[in-house]
Design a protein around this ligand. Structure first.
Ligand code: ATP
Ligand code: MG
Length: 325
């Protein structure tokens, strides 16, 4: 048996960090079969569509997908692909790494973000000129599903859970979110804290070390995880997982970085760490841990890419990671 992995490098630095990560995966003794698919701005220019059907089908039928980045066409590529894998949970670990400058070196937490509803449902309207509305959708089903996922995730890691909400103002929608999360938490006898999301933003800046797993509605998770990214010093470091019931897509948090694309100096760490999340999701925990250790070792001892103050190329970092493995 081998794992069937769809690889979608996309645009810009995605075309550099994704092949680098495939090299790392190939150096493990885990049986993979990789199939590369096109998507993004380049594909739109060449084929007339940013997300060809063959790519969606490849992602749908694969065991998991490794995605790089899409440029201008991101919304037409990554949002449908997240839907294709049925992703209801967006998992974003945020960690400060030894050897990398961070505002808050104690940061080590994971955002578990609801990935299907809230204010990102796209239900917007212009009632009359200058008067617009947005419909925020929060369901018991989706809230229970993300809560169950978040509590499981925390339990596996012996981590504490903090639930972010604003139910004092959004009484109906975040009231629903909180009721559903409480129901799931109580069923399991789980202990957790509840915190208003604006207060949480402040506490994350002042004392990030006090948080482990932060369970969030969609928009809150988006904002708070980027805020936390600022605490650890670098977009080139943050991995993410879009997890569904039986499929998942793994991607760096960063985009196509057109300002440095084509120079061979993009930091591949975020994508390699995303691959580590993929290995764990596939059940290859040991291999996932090895990749993470190797990337952390290189972040700590170098070589480092220019975004981290070094002078190394993507290839040098990749070589160093493969050597450690
Ligand atoms: P996109 O529109 O695709 O999101 P962007 O211009 O927003 O592209 P990002 O990819 O979000 O660019 O990157 C923002 C900044 O972070 C840029 O200055 C970029 O060079 C830097 N950056 C992003 N990813 C990396 C990386 N892997 N290595 C080094 N620097 C990076
Ligand atoms: Mg961007």
């Amino acid at each position: 048996m081998s794992y069937d992995i769809a690889v979608v490098p996309g645009d810009g630095v995605g075309r550099e960090v994704t092949p680098a990560t495939v090299r790392v995966l190939e150096s493990l003794d885990v049986p993979f079969s990789f199939t590369e698919y096109e998507a993004g701005d380049g594909t739109l220019a060449e084929a007339g569509e940013a997300l060809p059907e063959v790519t969606s089908q490849g992602v749908e039928s694969a065991d998991a997908t490794l995605f790089g980045a899409a440029g201008e066409s991101a919304a037409d590529v990554i949002l449908p692909l997240r839907e294709t894998v049925g992703s209801f949970a967006n998992v974003r670990p945020v960690r400060a790494y030894p050897g990398v400058d961070a505002l808050q070196p104690e940061t080590d937490l994971v955002f578990v973000r609801e990935n299907t509803e809230g204010v990102y449902t796209g239900i917007e309207d212009e009632i009359t000129e200058g008067v617009t509305t947005l419909t925020r959708v929060v369901t018991d089903d989706a809230s229970r599903r993300i809560a169950a996922f978040g509590f499981d995730y925390a339990e596996q890691r012996g981590a504490d859970v903090t639930v972010a909400h604003k139910a004092n103002v959004m009484r109906v929608t975040d009231g629903q979110f909180l009721d559903s999360v409480r129901a799931v938490g109580d069923e399991r006898g789980a202990e957790y804290d509840e915190l208003l999301m604006d207060a949480l933003a402040m506490h994350l800046v002042q004392r990030p070390a006090d948080f482990d797993v932060v369970l969030c509605p969609n928009l809150a998770g988006d904002l708070l995880s980027d805020l936390a990214a600022g605490l650890v010093g670098g977009l080139g470091l943050l991995p993410s997982a879009n997890v569904g019931t039986d499929n998942a897509l793994f991607e760096p948090v960063h985009g196509s970085a057109p300002d440095i694309a084509g120079q061979g100096v993009a930091n591949p760490a975020a994508t390699m760490l995303s691959a580590a999340l993929m290995l764990e999701w596939l059940g290859e925990d040991e291999a996932g841990r090895r990749v993470r250790d190797a990337v952390e070792g290189v972040l700590s001892d170098g070589p480092r890419t220019p975004d981290l103050g070094g002078e190394a190329a993507t290839e040098d970092v990749t070589e160093a990671v493969v050597e450690r493995l």
